[in-house]
Structures are given as structure tokens and as C-alpha cells.
Design a protein around this ligand. Sequence first.
Ligand SMILES: Nc1ncnc2c1ncn2[C@@H]1O[C@H](COP(=O)(O)OP(=O)(O)OP(=O)(O)O)[C@@H](O)[C@H]1O
Length: 480
Amino acid sequence: MPGINSWSPILPETVWSKVASTLRHELGEGPYNSYVAPSALRQGPMGDPVLVTPTLYARDWFARNALKRANELWSQIDPESRSLDLKSRVEFDDQAKIVQVAPETLTETVAPLASPSVLPSAAPVVNFQDAAARVAGLQERLTFDTFVPGRGNEFAYTMSRQVASWADGHFNPVFFHGPYGYGKTHLLNAIAWEARARRPDAKIVYLTAEKFTSTFVKAIQDRSTAAFKDELRGADLLLVDDVHFIGGKTSSQEELFHTLTALLETNKRVVFTADRPPSHLNEIEARLRSHLSSGLVCALDVADQSLRLGIVERKLDQLSMRLGAAQKPHHDVLQFLADRVPGSIRELEGAVNTLAASAGARLGSLTLDEAMALLQPNLKVSAERRVTVDEIQKLTADHFALKQADLLSERRTRSVARPRQVAMWLCKQNTTRSYPDIGRRFGGRDHTTVLHAVKKIEELLQSDEQIAKDVEALTRKLRG
Ligand SMILES: Nc1ncnc2c1ncn2[C@@H]1O[C@H](COP(=O)(O)OP(=O)(O)OP(=O)(O)O)[C@@H](O)[C@H]1O
């Protein structure tokens, strides 16, 4: 079988996918899902690979705990000996901006571009040649053409197309929420590309909430808030990704509130994404929260098996074409990927890339056994010893000096409620149990309680050092 070096140069995405899957195994599911999985590989101004983390906190965590190892692994796989750089999303965007645009440009306005129909919609890897796309913070491959609709995202997809068509009578603002790695950023990018293609004259602004905050803070320091306000309030379509990041940042919330009301008053369109619905954004003040939910609130759910299969199929089709494979991969290989690769669509994509990179032009003729062997690192975590809910409850109770019965009880004091949330989070990460199933095993609680617990712990992992340590310690113990 041709090895990975048989079709060089090797794509940075392929190297990263292999590095990430080893890190996942070595760091454990909890830390991996909190800090590595939500990060994305991008290309720096000199063509160097950069791991872009969603927050500064995640960047620091990765620098402390995984960067050295990631570079070691990277150098073992990459024949071109590139080394991996690390930046938070804000740092990365700022760097791109310094390279590409005048300093007075405040936000990431989408520059005029070719229509999506002439974009390389089949290409699974971003074409970084288009400086405008890089400055805009948009990724070329994230169009409607490359998005696979299905159960879990169908409504969000339909609404996204509607917003992008500039049709009248739509809800405003539109608010998409869902777990990480299931297509929110993809849809926001796709809206921007299509809206741009339909109305090249329109001013479309795409930015993350973190970018909004950092740019606003800088504008205050530079006494240039008027320019900041003009830039955003002049948008015909404003797309704000990951709005939950604005939680706890009072002045940014206030500014976003005024931006939003100004745009709504003039019938300009606004779309948000977040990891939870507005009603659960407890650190966002009530009046902004209420405006966020005043249009359409639309959930993206985790993908079911048939959507996972559809995504695998689409991505492997594209890769087969690029690799010149004579035929499409066998159905049992597709089914295996969809069923057995753990995690979100982001991880599923990683496994598909690994398989394609390892098999090269033989992709179409791979047997199931060969595919399983090639994917071993991606599957390691799930193939390891099964962890049970009972085991998690006992370990967690022990760790926090409680009894297992406390976790199942009605007690709501913080000293019991927080460990219970940690245990629920660990169950979601380390078992295949559904939210309702986990709820049932925690004294017959509702699935929304589990959902809330998982979100809460994910949030605390970014901000609370102690919880991060507890979760890491427990994850290590669970993995034996
Ligand atoms: N339905 C889909 N069809 C095709 N690709 C998808 C789909 N859903 C997700 N993906 C891919 O999975 C990856 C993760 O998606 P995306 O970045 O949009 O997730 P997200 O929900 O915004 O996550 P985060 O909260 O971490 O930002 C992307 O590469 C995206 O292209």
C-alpha cells in the first residue's frame, strides 16, 4: 500500500489530522475536546501552519500542555519540516490584517469576490491565495455547495439560504446555536459568500464576538469609537460568530446592543451564532439577550448517523476526485467512518482526511480491514476500555469527597451541584449515552439539565482553572 509520502507535498491539514489524533489519545478526551478540538489549522502570512485557538485561554493551555509534543509529532510526519505556530483567533486575525490592510480598517468587511459558483466548491482545503478572503476572516471552502444538509441542521440550513437570498419577510435577527463542530461557522461563511454573490454592492461584515470585543476595546483606547460604530452600523448584513464570548464583558455588550438596535431599526440583517440559546446566555445582560431572541432562534443539533454518512460520502467523493482514484470508496468503509469515528463533524473530517492521505489513489479500492487499520489512531479513544456512567459517578463523588448518592440526590447546593455537572460532562465525553439517558441515570433528571450541565462545564473549562484541573485529573483516572 502506498505510504503517506507517496503523494507529496503533504497537506498541512493531513499532518494536523494525524497530530491531533495522537494528541487526543495522549491528552485524553476532556482536555482534547475543550482545547484542541475547537481549534483550527490555518495558514500564516508566510505559508506556515498556524493552530488557531478560539480563545487566549485555550492558546495558553495548549502552549503549556501540548505545543512541544505537537511540534515533535509534526516533525515526524511532515517531510517539509514546517513547524507549527500557535495563535488565538484574535491574534491570528490581527496578524492577517496587519499584513493585508490599512490599519484604520476596523472590521472584517467582505471584499468583492468571485461568486461561489466559480469558487472551488469541491475543494476540501482552503485556497489561501485569495488575500481578500483571508482578511475577511472567511474561508473559501465554507460555502453552501460544501455543506451537507440533514437531520439536525436542516432548518438552520434553510434559514441560512433565506437570509443569503436577501428575501423580504424573514426573521431578524437570526440566531443559530448548537454544540461545537457541527457547522455554525460553516453556515455563517456560506451566508456571507452567497449574499455577496447576489448583491456585490452590499456591505457585509463578518466577525467573531471576540474580535468585536477586542476591536471595540482598542477603539476606546485610540479614541476612535465613532469609526468603529460607523463601520458596523453601515453594514447591510452583519454576521457575528460565537456571540457567547461577549458574556461578562459589559461595555462590549452595551455596544453590541446599540449596534443591533440601530441595524434592526433600519431593516439591516443580522445573524448570530453561539454555543447555546439566548435564554442560556446567563452572562449576557437581559436586554441584549431579549433582543438576540427577538427574531428567529434556531438550533443546530448533533448529526445523526445518516447525516454523518452523507458528510463522509461528500467529502470522500471530493477527495477521490482530487486523488484521481478510479472508483469511489466501498460503502462499508463509509459506514464504518460514520459509525465509529467519535466526536463532532470536525473530528469526522479529520478521519476522512487521514484515510485519504494514507491511501492516496488506492482510496477507492480499500477494503474495510485496510481502512480500519489506517484509522486506528482516530479510533483509539473509542476502542479503549468502555467507561460506565456508574464508574464516572463513583470516581467523581470520590474526587469531591461526596457519596455517589449525593450526585443522584435532589440537593442543589453548589458543593454538590457542581460535581454533579462535572460528572454529567464526563459522561457525555466518555460514554456514548444520550442526554436523556444520562439524565435518567442521575436520579431521573430531564435531558435539558444534562445539556445545561455540559455547557456550563465547557464554559468553566475556559475560565476556571480549578475546574479544568479537576476535569483533567478525573479524565486521567478514568483512562486508567
Ligand atoms: N453539514 C455539514 N456539511 C459539511 N461539512 C460540515 C457540516 N457540518 C460541519 N461541517 C464541517 O465541520 C467542521 C466544523 O464546523 P464549524 O467550524 O462550522 O463548526 P462550529 O459549529 O462553528 O464549531 P465552533 O463552535 O467550534 O466554532 C468544518 O470544517 C465544517 O466544514
